[in-house]
Design a protein around this ligand. Structure first.
Ligand code: HEM
Ligand SMILES: CC(C)=CCC/C(C)=C/CC/C(C)=C/COP(=O)(O)OP(=O)(O)O
Length: 316
């Protein structure tokens, strides 16, 4: 593969110098294109959804196939996101070092890499899981790359709510891989992630809004300010918690899940309320009130899905 020869940290040394070796992209740079940390939680929702669907162990082979293919699909979405956004990524401190922005990996090579991952993932899910799992994964890719990144991210503050649907597909991939179809409970999992995403992202966006403002991305706190953002976070936290307990009333899950959802959700509401009160009192957003909610949002989702899996295995 060709690479744009760019020194990661400093201008390239003179060609005559013995150290004048171009910096080549390594596998670590390609790995960085796939946003591995974000995928870890996406995959967690996939794997726990598989256990929920199977009401037990879904089988080692299926777990391996779906995990690798799920990583490849979400990773491919991350690669195309970085290709499309390389201009804005370059201008923000948090993202300036990405291999597509720095030119370390050319657009062409990134596109070849991303396409290979997506085609491989689709084929693997189709052949070794179920066709529906393959379609759900492709739908997640399409929603993230086309709906969120290409269309909504730069045009409306609703980007997170609508584009966030991308992150709701991984549980459907896991469910469909086990059962070959999607029932009401699978769609509940989709909806929980849907309403959770704004809480997760806007808590972070409040802290990095100036970067978004500088590059002209219309994230909610940039467009409508902190007060509306914390109010929306509070509303979405309430929707999330209410929705999370609803599967109990459809007898899809039992007491273990119910108690966990109430406890985990209760703390999500407390942290959202603290942030709301802080900002509504006229104070500027401080890391000490926004960071706990952002970090806890991820623990919340991870543990809620574990609770669902444990409940359906033990009580199912
Ligand atoms: C529209 C939807 C979403 C947006 C805009 C969004 C945005 C972000 C951003 C900007 C970060 C900070 C990453 C960094 O520091 O570079 C982040 C972190 C993270 N997000 Fe999201 N996110 C979304 C949905 C999701 C979903 C659905 C999941 C998983 C279910 C998820 C999991 C994570 C994780 C695990 C991190 C921590 C990564 C780290 O520590 O580097 N996100 N998110
Ligand atoms: C099943 C399947 C393929 C699902 C894909 C879902 C997926 C990859 C969701 C990712 C959500 C996410 C990291 C958004 C951040 O984008 P951003 O562009 O706002 O963040 P950035 O500024 O860090 O690039």
């Amino acid at each position: 593969m060709t690479t744009d020869h760019v020194d990661r940290a400093s201008p390239a040394p003179a060609a005559s110098s013995p150290a004048a070796r171009p910096v080549r992209a390594t596998w670590r740079d390609y790995l960085a294109l796939t946003k591995p940390k974000v995928i870890s939680l996406l995959l967690w929702t996939t794997v726990t959804a598989m256990v929920m669907a199977a009401r037990g162990w879904p089988g080692l082979w299926l777990l391996i196939v779906v995990s690798l293919a799920g990583y490849a699909s979400a990773g491919s979405a991350g690669v195309f996101n970085m290709i499309i956004d390389r201009d804005i990524d370059l201008k923000m401190k948090r993202t300036a070092g990405r291999p597509t922005s720095s030119g370390l990996i050319s657009r062409r090579d990134a596109a070849i890499f991303g396409s290979t991952l997506q085609v491989g993932s689709f084929a693997a899910l189709w052949l070794w899981a179920t066709p529906l799992a393959a379609w759900m994964s492709l739908a997640g890719f399409f929603t993230y790359v086309v709906v969120y990144t290409l269309w909504l991210k730069r045009t409306t503050w609703h980007n997170i709510v609508l584009g966030g649907a991308a992150g709701c597909f991984p549980p459907l991939v896991g469910w469909a891989a086990v059962t070959g179809d999607l029932n009401l409970f699978a769609w509940f999992l989709f909806a929980i992630v849907f309403f959770w995403t704004p809480v997760h992202f806007w808590a972070l966006a409040l802290m990095i809004k100036e970067e978004y403002r500088e590059v002209g991305i219309p994230m909610l706190p940039v467009v409508h300010g902190d007060r509306l953002t914390v109010a929306q976070i509070g509303l979405y936290a309430i929707y999330t918690v209410v929705l999370s307990v609803m599967p109990v009333f459809f007898q899809e899950v039992g007491l273990i899940y119910f108690v966990s959802a109430l406890g985990l959700g209760g703390w999500l509401l407390v942290l959202s309320w603290r942030l709301y009160r802080h900002v509504m009192a006229g104070r500027a957003v401080e890391r000490r009130v926004a960071v706990p909610l952002y970090l806890y949002s991820m623990l919340y989702l991870a543990l809620l899905f574990v609770a669902g899996a444990v409940d359906r295995v033990l009580l199912g």
